[in-house]
Structure formats: structure tokens, C-alpha cells
Design a protein around this ligand. Structure first.
Ligand SMILES: O=C(O)CCC(=O)C(=O)O
Length: 249
């Protein structure tokens, strides 16, 4: 393996490339793009739509087309993708086009019971790699995506199955998985899901929050269970998401 950190990708389902790109000016550019929708950095009252709904990323569909963000797709990321997907991997939409913006919600942070899914059914060889780029500091409980670390290795026993079917199989296999989707006491969820985790078929699984620092890129497995999280910090989460695909033979 030419990039030693990628061992973590295979074992845990994700790996962080620290300082993979220069984030200078990117958070500011995000605020500028948002200002077109009446959102002002110094006025949290503007961080929600008038209906009171949280900010919707669909407002920003063309956002990542801007050259400001071209630097996210650099050599460090390319080398890791070559190692994971082989030479000639391709971009889904040629640029990092999907912003993930979550403003603070002011609730008690918890592990959500809903929204858990895989991005693609388990398959071998690995068909795609999902990626997050961090444009601002995403601290604990700051809206970083939640994953079930290690779950891609268990899901691999069910090739071709979609999220719901894999979820049902894993729930039958081990009660720890049922704790994720069934509402229980908050303190218990944090203890059992994040602190304790479980060992299932020899794989250590636990819920992990993908926090990050500007310039980080997280590469993650498409058959890792994951869900959007709550942001109970005092600032927004600014990330970009992207997908790289193995070239068809
Ligand atoms: O908003 C999030 O953190 C969830 C992102 C997600 O589910 C995805 O990119 O597939």
C-alpha cells in the first residue's frame, strides 16, 4: 500500500487526509453564496428560511461549479483515489458540486434514529468512493455526518442489497444495531452507540461523528451506514460532498 493511512479506509470504512487542500477563502465564498439568499454571517436570525425550516442545500445547486473550489480536487486526493479505485477513476459530475450546509438547531445533541442509509449496495471491487471536504471547522456536535464505523465490512456479506434490507439483516444479526434505529433514552444512546460500540463477527462497530478542520478531506466507503447529524454548535457546518467512480472495464 503506497498510502499507509488507507489501511484505515479498509478497516474502519473511512480515512482523513489532513491538510489535503488549501481552504483559504472558501468559507468566505460560501457565506457570499448564501448572502444571495438573505443569509448574513453576523445575524443568526437570518440562518433560517422565513418558514422556520432549516436551510436547504438545494438553494446552492450550482455552487461548487465555482473556480473558488477547484483546489479541493488536488494531487493528494487523486493519489488516494487511484489506490482505492484504480487508474482512470472518474468524477461523478466533474467538480465538487454538492455543498452540505447545516445551521445550528439549538436542541440537545443526540444520535438520530432516522436517516441511516448506505450510498450504494455492497459490491466488490469497490465501485465508488464518497468524499467530504471541510471548508470550516466542524467541531463535535457541529453537524458532521455520523457513520457506523466498520459497518461496511459487515454489509459486505450482503452484496447487492439496498439500505433497508442490509439494515434488517444486521438488526437480526446483533441487537446493537437495533439500538441505532429504535428510540431510547439519550444518555443510553450516547453510551451504547458512541462510547461502547460492539464487536460483531469480529468487527468493532461504533457510531463516529466525522468532525473536521478546514483543508481536511475524508474519504469514506459507500456501504458504510451513515446519517445527517444535528448541529448544536454556535456556527454553521460548511462542507462539500463528492463521489469518485471506478472506470467501467
Ligand atoms: O448531511 C449529511 O451529513 C449527510 C450526507 C449524506 O448522507 C451523504 O452525503 O450521502
Amino acid at each position: 500500500m503506497r498510502i499507509p493511512q488507507l489501511a484505515g479506509f479498509h478497516e474502519k470504512g473511512w480515512v482523513r487526509l489532513r491538510g489535503a487542500f488549501d481552504p483559504s477563502g472558501m468559507a468566505e465564498a460560501m457565506w457570499r453564496a448564501l448572502s444571495g439568499h438573505g443569509v448574513k454571517p453576523n445575524d443568526p436570525a437570518t440562518w433560517e428560511q422565513s418558514s422556520g425550516q432549516p436551510f436547504k442545500e438545494k438553494w446552492l445547486t450550482n455552487f461548487g461549479q465555482s473556480h473558488t473550489f477547484a483546489g479541493v480536487a488536488n494531487d493528494a486526493v487523486d493519489q488516494a483515489l487511484v489506490e482505492l479505485l484504480g487508474d482512470g477513476w472518474i468524477d461523478q459530475k466533474r467538480r465538487w458540486t454538492r455543498p452540505l450546509v447545516t445551521f445550528p438547531m439549538g436542541e440537545d445533541w443526540d444520535v438520530p434514529t432516522g436517516g441511516w442509509h448506505l450510498d450504494s449496495p455492497p459490491a466488490n471491487p469497490l465501485p465508488v468512493v464518497r468524499m467530504f471536504a471541510y471548508l470550516n471547522e466542524v467541531r463535535e456536535h457541529g453537524g458532521g455526518t455520523l457513520i457506523v464505523e466498520g459497518s461496511h465490512r459487515l454489509a459486505a456479506a450482503y452484496p447487492g442489497l439496498h439500505s433497508r434490507a442490509v439494515r434488517n439483516r444486521l438488526s437480526e444479526e446483533h441487537p446493537w444495531f437495533r439500538e441505532i434505529w429504535q428510540p431510547t433514552d439519550r444518555e443510553r444512546r450516547l453510551q451504547v452507540l458512541i462510547d461502547d460500540g460492539a464487536v460483531v463477527r469480529g468487527v468493532h462497530v461504533r457510531v463516529v461523528e466525522l468532525t473536521g478542520t478546514p483543508g481536511d478531506v475524508v474519504l469514506w466507503h459507500p456501504s458504510l451506514f451513515h446519517a445527517a447529524s444535528f448541529n448544536t454548535s454556535d456556527g454553521p457546518r460548511f462542507m462539500l460532498a463528492h463521489t469518485a467512480l471506478r472506470r467501467a472495464m
